[in-house]
Design a protein around this ligand. Sequence first.
Ligand SMILES: Nc1ncnc2c1ncn2[C@@H]1O[C@H](COP(=O)(O)OP(=O)(O)OP(=O)(O)O)[C@@H](O)[C@H]1O
Length: 273
Amino acid sequence: MLELISLSKTYRTGDAALSDVSLQVPKGQIVGLIGPSGAGKSTLIRCINRLVEPSTGKIELGGVDLVTLGRRDLRKQRRRIGMIFQEYALVERLTVMENVLSGRLGYVPFWRSYLRRFDASDIQRAYQLLDRVGLLDHADKRADALSGGQRQRVGIARALAQDPDLLLVDEPTASLDPKTSRQIMRLLTEICTERDLPAIVNIHDVPLARQFMQRIVGLRAGQIVFDDAPTALTEDALTRIYGAEDWDAMRKGDIDQAEAENDAIRQLAEVGA
Ligand SMILES: Nc1ncnc2c1ncn2[C@@H]1O[C@H](COP(=O)(O)OP(=O)(O)OP(=O)(O)O)[C@@H](O)[C@H]1O
């Protein structure tokens, strides 16, 4: 389980990005983090893996407080946290297999990682993970030869190669088309259930969050203003999270996008007819 206890972060500039945030994410639960720009979503995720130092509060993962760790222990604990990024963060010139194996680098001694020598068991596991994300046939391809959706699948397999106790996922579908986005979200939710993994997903797309998340946490100005099941995410709740003006604009954007998709499907059907 992941537990945030009264977490606050004020940047040196004086920006209070998080104020007294408390949150428990049990094993196997996937939580969607939504909120307007500047609400503190990235700061929250970055505090958990200590890319940003929290100002006050505790972050416990399976009972270990991540905030007070020294450098060495922090490196060890970071292995337990799998990160998945919007822009995939793959090494483009390496193969799919090598990218997945890089998830093991925190576990192998430096000289072996330098020579990129991995145990047979690591390699076998990487094949299993590639099979799970549907990329077994692409193991030897270079990462830059893959589509966006395939790259994100490699990103997921790499995070799982770490054998993580937590997944932190930063806008995983922001660079993908709507259909591929749904496939990636489905894969992520299935994986969290199968592995009993807690996950926090920073997600801008409200309809996608509603469709796939088990729980939604809404941040506004660094505070949790909504924490409930997707079914409770009413227009009122969304107005509370985003403010009336922004939510109206977002809703209109979603309707325009859905209409554009329907138009495209209709036109394609007409061409095919
Ligand atoms: N490195 C930094 N130094 C100073 N202030 C920062 C820094 N990073 C973020 N902030 C401020 O902290 C607040 C929260 O920012 P954060 O990036 O966490 O929000 P967000 O919800 O992830 O926004 P977005 O959806 O636009 O990515 C904002 O006011 C932002 O300006």
